[in-house]
Design a protein around this ligand. Structure first.
Ligand SMILES: [Zn+2]
Length: 398
C-alpha cells in the first residue's frame, strides 16, 4: 500500500475511527524531517539536530489547539518543545517523545524518504521514536476534527538528546515542569515496546580509572612499577564482584546488577615498564540500589583492589533504576487496552531522569526495538493502529 505523504486533508465524519493512512502519513512526515543527534552526525545526516523538528512540532501543536506551546533551548541551539491541552479533569498526562535519532551513515537507501509500503513506514526514526509522536498528532487532529478535546490535561514533550549526550532533554523537561509546579499523574516515555508497558529497567554508574606506575627499562623491571600488571589484578577483582552480583537472588523482574570492564589502554613500548594504564568500568544498577552508594562502594573497591595508586578521572554518579510496580493501575490499564503484558527492558530511557517525578510512569510505544538503529528501520502500520487506540482511551476520547 502506498499513500501520499501529506496528512489527509479531508475532514472525516465525527467519531469516525482514525484511518491507517492518516496515522502513517503523520509518521512519514516526521521521518522526512532529519533530526540526527549531533554526536551521531555524518555526511548523510542532512540538517543536523532536533531544531527543525521542534519548530514543526510547535507549529502543529498550535494548529491542533494547544493552550500553551513553548520552545526552550536546552543546549546550543537544540530546543525541547512543549504543548499543553487543558482538560476538564484534574489529572495530568504526559507523553515524552525524544526528537533525536541515531546515525544514518549505515542506512540502505534514503533514510528520510518516509516511504509507506508493505504495511510499514520506513526511514530513520520511524520506530525510534517518531511513531509515538506521529500517532499522538493524528489522534489530536482527529479529536479536533470531531470537535473534541482530551479529558485529562495533556502535555506532549519533544525532548532532545536521548540517543547520545546524556539525556539532556529529559533533564531540561524536568526542570521546566518543576519550575511550573507541574506534578504529572501519568507519564508515558515513548520508545518502541510493541505496545507493552515497560515498568522497569536498570540504571547505571561508570568510572574512568588511571592506574599510576613507574616507568623503567624492561631489562630492569625491578626498578619500575608495572601499571598494566596492577590493572590486571584490579580487573580480576572487578570480575569477581560481577560474579558476586550474579549470584544474588534478584528482587524484581529487572534482574541483577552487572559490572563490566569495557575499555583498557596502557603501555608505551616493548622495552618500557608501563607507568600508566587506563580503564573504563560500568556498573548497572537494579531497583532497590542507590546510585551514589553503588558509585562510592565501587570507588572503594577499586582503591582497595589495585596494588598501585589509582586516579579516578571521571566518576559518573548516574541514576537509580527505573521501577514502577507491575501491579500499578496505569501499567495494568495500558496492558489491558493494548492486549499486551507488563515487561522490563534491557535498555535505558529518559525514565532514568524522572525518578520521583511522576506518580506513575511507563515506557510504551508502537513497533519493535529490534527495528531501531538498523540499516532499514521501519514501524508496522498495525502497531500505529494499536497505539492510537490506546492513546484515545488514555485521553478519554473513546
Ligand atoms: Zn528511542
Amino acid at each position: 500500500m502506498t499513500v501520499a505523504n501529506e496528512p489527509v486533508a479531508n475532514q472525516p465524519a465525527a467519531h469516525e475511527h482514525l484511518t491507517t493512512e492518516h496515522l502513517a502519513s503523520w509518521v512519514s512526515r516526521l521521518v522526512q524531517i532529519p533530526s540526527v543527534n549531533p554526536l551521531h552526525a555524518g555526511p548523510r545526516a542532512g540538517v543536523v539536530g532536533e531544531t527543525r523538528l521542534a519548530e514543526m512540532l510547535a507549529e502543529q501543536f498550535r494548529r491542533l489547539g494547544a493552550d500553551l506551546v513553548d520552545t526552550v533551548e536546552v543546549f546550543e541551539g537544540r530546543p525541547n518543545v512543549y504543548g499543553i491541552w487543558e482538560g476538564t479533569e484534574d489529572r495530568w498526562c504526559v507523553l515524552d517523545v525524544h526528537t533525536d535519532t541515531v546515525t544514518v551513515e549505515h542506512c540502505e537507501g534514503d533514510p528520510f524518504d518516509g516511504r509507506i509500503a508493505d504495511g510499514r513506514v520506513y526511514g530513520r526514526g520511524s520506530v525510534d521514536t517518531k511513531a509515538s509522536m506521529g500517532v499522538m498528532l493524528a489522534v489530536l487532529e482527529q479529536a479536533r476534527n470531531d470537535g473534541r478535546r482530551p479529558a485529562p490535561n495533556l502535555l506532549v514533550v519533544g525532548s532532545i538528546s536521548e540517543e547520545a549526550g546524556g539525556l539532556l532533554g529529559a533533564i531540561g523537561f524536568r526542570e521546566w515542569a518543576t519550575a511550573r509546579g507541574l506534578e504529572p499523574d501519568e507519564v508515558i516515555v515513548a520508545e518502541p515496546t510493541m505496545c507493552a508497558p515497560i515498568h522497569g529497567h536498570k540504571g547505571g554508574v561508570s568510572l574512568d580509572i588511571v592506574v599510576r606506575g613507574l616507568a623503567a627499562h624492561s631489562a630492569q623491571p625491578h626498578l619500575g612499577r608495572n601499571a598494566v600488571v596492577a590493572a590486571a589484578k584490579l580487573i580480576m577483582a572487578l570480575d569477581a564482584e560481577h560474579h558476586r552480583l550474579q549470584a544474588l537472588t534478584p528482587t524484581t523482574a529487572v534482574g541483577n546488577g552487572t559490572l563490566t570492564v569495557s575499555v583498557i589502554n596502557g603501555g608505551t613500548g616493548g622495552n618500557v615498564v608501563p607507568d600508566s594504564c587506563t580503564l573504563s568500568v560500568g556498573r548497572r544498577i537494579v531497583p532497590g540500589e542507590d546510585n551514589e552508594t553503588v558509585a562510592n562502594e565501587l570507588i572503594e573497591l577499586v582503591e582497595r583492589a589495585c596494588p598501585l595508586p589509582v586516579e579516578i578521572t571521571r566518576a559518573y554518579m548516574g541514576s537509580p533504576a527505573f521501577y514502577q510496580p507491575p501491579e500499578s493501575p496505569f501499567v495494568q490499564q495500558l496492558a489491558a487496552w493494548a492486549g499486551t503484558r507488563p515487561e522490563v527492558a534491557p535498555y535505558g530511557t529518559n525514565a532514568l531522569r524522572y525518578d520521583g517525578f511522576a506518580k506513575q510512569m511507563v515506557v510504551f510505544g508502537p513497533g519493535s526495538i529490534d527495528n531501531a538503529h538498523t540499516a532499514v528501520e521501519y514501524v508496522e502500520l498495525s502497531e500505529l493502529e494499536r497505539c492510537a487506540a490506546v492513546y484515545r482511551r488514555w485521553l478519554g476520547l473513546d
